[in-house]
Design a protein around this ligand. Sequence first.
Ligand code: 26Q
Length: 799
Amino acid sequence: MFSCKESFKQSFLKRLERLCGKSFHDSSKLDQYQTLSMMVREYISSNWIGTNEQSRSNQNKQTYYLSIEFLLGRLLGQNLLNLGVRGIVQRGLGELGISLDDIEETEIDAGLGNGGLGRLAACFLDSLASLDLPGHGMGIRYKHGFFEQKIVDGHQVELPEQWLKHGYVWEIRNADQAVCVYFGGEVKMAQEGGRLRFWNENAEVITAVPHDIPVIGYKTKTINTLRLWNAEPCSLQHEQNILKYKLDTEAVSECLYPDDTHDEGKVLRLKQQYFLVSASLQSIVKSYKKNHRSLYDFHKKVSIHINDTHPALAVPELMRILLDEEKMTWEEAWYITVHTISYTNHTTLAEALEKWRIDLFKPLLPRIFMIVEEINERFCEWLWEKYPGDWDRIEKLAIIAHGEVKMAHLAIVGSYSVNGVANIHSNILKEREMNGFYTVFPSKFNNKTNGMSHRRWLLKANPPLADLITEAIGDKWIKDPESLLELQPYAHDAAFIESFQKIKRQRKQILSDIIKNSTGFAVHPDSIFDVQVKRLHAYKRQLLNVIHMMYLYNRLKDDSAFSIYPQTFIFGAKASPTYHYAKKIIKLIHSVAHKVNHDPEVRHSMNVIFMENYRVSSAERIFPASDVSEQISAASKEASGTGNMKFMINGALTIGTHDGANIEMLERVGPDCIYTFGLKADEVLHYGEKGGYRSREYYQHDARIRQAADQLISGFFEGEADEFEQIYDSLLAHNDEYFVLKDFASYAEAQERIQKDYRNKRLWAEKAVTNIAHAGYFSSDRTIREYADDIWGIKPHPR
Ligand code: 26Q
């Protein structure tokens, strides 16, 4: 049906009528989107079946990537590209008078994630399939993804997200493969055949129904699976209060939790975690048992990866299955568990390390709690033997302590591999945050620097740039991203540079049109597009950017000799609903935007734009249109960052701190092609531990800081007298936890370098092309190959 334009048109029209019961002329964009997507599903079905059959019959080792989040975004466009049929479809639809771009715009983003961690999982799926690796995702089919952001009078308002409102064409409900997940009740035990048998009575039972989404690799026959679990009632006949049971059950997969480390752990969140883990492990074990008589070699054929600690209950759950259902001894079960599970840490922020209070944990998961207790006791005994008398060490490393279960400790003890997501982050884990564990398990620790799918973030998001690159060096970079290095000589090729500049200008025009349509404000595409898009968090320091904009505004107003190359500051960010400080920063950005954009003396030199509801699909419009990428976290706080890489591959230059993967970007492009500034990680960590920083001194000695800080509380922003007091206090009364004031001068100086360099268009473009040439390393293909080789032990199986 996709072999040529004519047969495509015929199939499309026929299916549209059958599927929608309408003629083409009466059909809506949504009808057309659903028809086309169904055609893709049908087209790949035999390869999907084939991939599954191949793994069954060849008994290849399989990896399952357990993640509480998968931030997929839209699938139609990427799937058409990966299948190599986008051109045919585009031309065929064109002849019918419809635009493929418009149809793709109809798809609602699958936004089942908060940000970096969830999007990383989605990029990993693309790379696994594209590299013919047997790796599958398992997650939760939240009815509502991450909230939709509206801005009302400069304030963030959250609306429930509704991605399923038209149904979801990419999923297949496999009700026949549903499993039961048990909560609460009492654990019973009895002697049986010389061993203790455990079972649960009076538990609440929830059915987990898998919804499978095909993961289509780039120009390969491999189709992997993303399995998302939906929570549904079991059989209703035993329940007293049927309606309540139905609602309680469905609540488990109702909503994605926002990343809110300020919030107390909620029992429903723990329920979600166990729901994901128990359903996934049962299904993995079931499918393994179809081909194997016993589970003694399980770890040789299955690897289970946990994306942060959210699925860390995989450790006790696998133990439960092996002990209680497979009747193994503790030692047998433990050996298999620790050789099956591997774990990635995504943060060193102390407040983000997951802990669950025992009084919450134990009643919800009584048998799992018993197993965690046993793991903890055996681990502590082992420590005692290794370090007799060292109570301090045991207290620090114990899995259960002070009335809480520490999920990171459980994940480290119960796995064979622990990795961080950038070199600096992995080193901080080893030398600081997890040093106690590194001392006892040095060989478990390793680094896997993050990556992004260059096929989504360049090939799909920026087709003209992708075409230009292919014209220059051929198309092998699509399968082999590190061959982008061959672009380096083109940094000095006048024709190439000119084409690059033209494309960047076009993409800035497109984004300007989007901004005009959504905000009513016209920005100039010839200004520097300086962009900070990411979750709103104090450590990411959107505030540093804001204080700098306020300084520029003040200087433009006060100093008639001062001028700048026009610069448009673009923001996109969602704040967690209960993170009040972050919401104030959003309000502040809007207040500054209002001042700047309406001031006739300033608005031709600078503009400030906040893009509402930042998400995967808007990111695809933003990265290609960016000149400057803001990666300005307080050093040591951003584990890796992945947006930094998406900007880089689209030829934006980074202004960034010595943090996360920025450091590895600098190592590749050299100091002339990236604008680094600010404190180093060891300095930040040293101040954090030893003190010695006094933010007030920077306020007193730097008039630029003083003026901007005072404006936060002086009524400078009309009608909002005490709106920004909390921000002012964070900088001065609370001694500026993230060193915004300390790094200000260095940041302003880096911005001045940008101002100077941007005027030399040719040189700027050369630097941009150098960035693109070195971005191949940051493809998730490289990351996934490293995981496959060093951690999972899986091999490509092309069909
Ligand atoms: C925890 C408890 C309760 C509710 C939610 C959460 C929760 C949810 C999501 C905690 C954290 C997250 C997400 C974290 C995250 O995205 N971390 C980012 O991971 C990226 C991929 O490795 C890194 O590039 C970023 O540096 C890191 O911040």
